[in-house]
Design a protein. Structure first.
Length: 289
């Protein structure tokens, strides 16, 4: 078995997690692949196993990928995996962790489940972004959301949205978020967007600080195509894909659609979406009791 490991080196807890992983797999026929920065970090801390090598230029294949950190680390891991269809297991050393639902104390048990092939995978859809000006988007995909935001000004921007060629609305706001079901518990939720189960084949359009009180988040099928045109006083706007941002000229129009590939998430038995809501968001908990 070959395992690719990605992690947040800003969190020292990653070292204790890796110690558990290496000890659990010590006598197994397993080799490891590491992203360069993580490889240098574990070597500097005297933790690198002998059967390890570095991922060069993103060209790799593994039976599974481990993402050790928070949800941001998982998003980065998903970008590394791309369309390789390598299933990803998220180990949480961050805070909330919707995507990384394995706690550090459950790492050993999670690995045993993987070795025994008792896990299942969930397909998570991605957004694909094209620009009319062919701007340099290093990775034009997003697992959580695509956000169009105002840039360097307190003034609102106007975002004209079309869905399947039909004008929907011109959002006068601080921005607009287009999220996947996976991203519905991220940025979109923080601006009042609905929570959507991962299996729903849909996208959510959620305005950020809308200047119209009667404008609400909109759910559409993910088979539809979204076109956005921005008008800004500064002549530019910020485009963010899962937090990776670039400043674009307002002349650049956006086309957002469902990506041709998906991301596979490894799920442990009993780790359901609703259990995650209860554990992470205290879903349904009554503080009066």
């Amino acid at each position: 078995m070959k395992i690719a490991i990605f992690g947040n080196t800003n969190r020292p807890a990653i070292l204790s997690c890796l110690k558990i992983i290496f000890a659990t797999l010590e006598k197994k026929d397993v080799s490891f692949l590491f992203e360069k920065k993580l490889y240098a970090y574990i070597r500097a801390n005297g933790l690198c196993p002998g059967n390890a090598c570095v991922i060069e230029n993103g060209d790799f294949y593994a039976d599974l990928a481990l993402s050790i950190g928070g949800d941001g680390t998982f998003l980065t891991t998903a970008a590394h995996v791309g369309n390789k269809q390598i299933p990803i297991l998220g180990v949480n050393t961050g805070r909330l962790g919707f995507l990384t639902d394995v706690s550090d104390e459950n790492i050993e048990a999670a690995i045993e489940v993987i070795l025994q092939k008792k896990y299942y995978t969930e397909e998570r859809s991605l957004l694909f972004v094209e620009t009319s000006a062919n701007d340099s988007l290093q990775y034009p995909y997003a697992l959580n959301e695509v956000a169009v935001l105002k840039q360097d000004t307190s003034s609102m921007i106007a975002i004209s949205a079309m869905v399947n060629g039909e004008p929907v609305h011109t959002y006068q706001s601080d921005g607009l978020i287009v999220s996947t079901p996976t991203g519905s518990t991220a940025y979109s939720m923080s601006v009042g967007g609905p929570i959507v189960v991962p299996q729903a084949q849909s996208f959510v359009l959620s305005p950020v600080a809308s200047h119209s009180l009667n404008v609400r988040p909109l759910i559409i099928p993910d088979s539809w195509e979204i076109e956005l045109e921005v008008n800004s006083r500064t002549g530019s706007f910020l485009l963010a894909l899962d937090g990776r941002s670039i400043v674009l000229n307002q002349s650049s129009k956006l086309k957002i659609s469902k990506a041709a590939h998906s991301i596979k998430m490894i799920k442990q038995p009993g780790h359901t979406f609703f259990n995650t809501l209860k554990n992470k968001l205290m879903w349904g908990m009554d503080k009066r009791n």
